[in-house]
Design a protein around this ligand. Sequence first.
Ligand code: HSE
Length: 402
Amino acid sequence: MAKVAVLGYGTVGSGVVEVLDTNAAEVEKSAGEKIELKYILDLRDFPGDKHESQVVHDINVILDDPEVDVICETMGGIEPAFTFEKQALSKGKSVCTSNKELVAAHGPELVELAKANGVSYLFEASVGGGIPVLRSLNDSLKHEKIDSITGILNGTTNYILTKMDKEGIGFETVLKQAQEKGYAERNPEADVEGYDACRKIAILSSLMSGKHVDYEDIYTEGISKINIQDFEYARSLNMAIKLLAMCKRNENGFFTIVAPFLIPYENPLANVNGVFNAINVHGNMLGDVMFYGKGAGKNATASAVVADVIDMVKHKGKHIEVNMKAEKATLSPKDNAVRHFFVRVSAELEDQAREIFGSNLDVVKRNSIPNEFAFITDSISEKDFEEKLWKMDSVKGYIRLY
Ligand code: HSE
């Protein structure tokens, strides 16, 4: 019998307990032994809760109990989660977590600490909620040289963009609706400005590179500047607008970016709607493989945490290798990335745009949007694009093409 402690009895933590209860037989079959919840750490008491008697308020009760093999950290945030995880690993307990902030900031260090102590550190639920993408990278795809990972990694922004596109509702209104429905946080900045997706692609990029991709080095743009008219243009181009997080291998190392992109309808990522996430992985031998599913939500995320618990119980006394080292990965600058850009300017700036961006621009016309000149540039580097943009008197907006 293996004993587990859950740190944090919030949405994900209570979900983990629910999965362990509801699927106890399946969990036991999969792990090869019974898995028992011994403690729940939380500041609060939970009178009347089925697991009320297992709630403790002092982490040392858990750390000092030699019976506890596995700890699920579902508190979120950097501290005290970071300290608790380090203490647990140092005491020879395996740790799994859904905490993307912590994994993006300190994942490689925690993996190395787990290795030094002969235990494991897994974090499947930190990216893509219930989608088993990290385990696949770490296992089924381990023999592949991964060339690129491109994902829709944030459910909130995908919900907002889908609503704007399908129902023609403006960003602010959809955001308010999403907050009312509980799909968006009261402070939506981390989602809408792309920071959440940035942390998730940092974790995926670290696994892809085997080193540490620092999320602070990733160029990140959110969706708050996208408006309804952008979708009108997008539809006329047979394209969707999605917040993509990507990492590509190139001759200099890796290039990563988070930004809204126009994607042709024939690309499966263009058809990922609502709160769903999808991750396309390209392996040098395998080609494309795509993972799709719920990127958030109590049960889906908890299911991924329990998958880690099972893995760690099956490998009790061993370290499960995770391809991530504390050494920093070399990221190539955004400037060199080459692509087409969709640009909108006022009609009176057409001549200036043609002069600056070239005369054979691909003009995009929407009669419903008067007094505007919209076009797609040639394939140019980010640096070149930025320089040209600066030369324009003003620009209404631009979106990268995938
Ligand atoms: N805010 C995140 C999202 C939750 O919308 O995807 C899951 O990490």
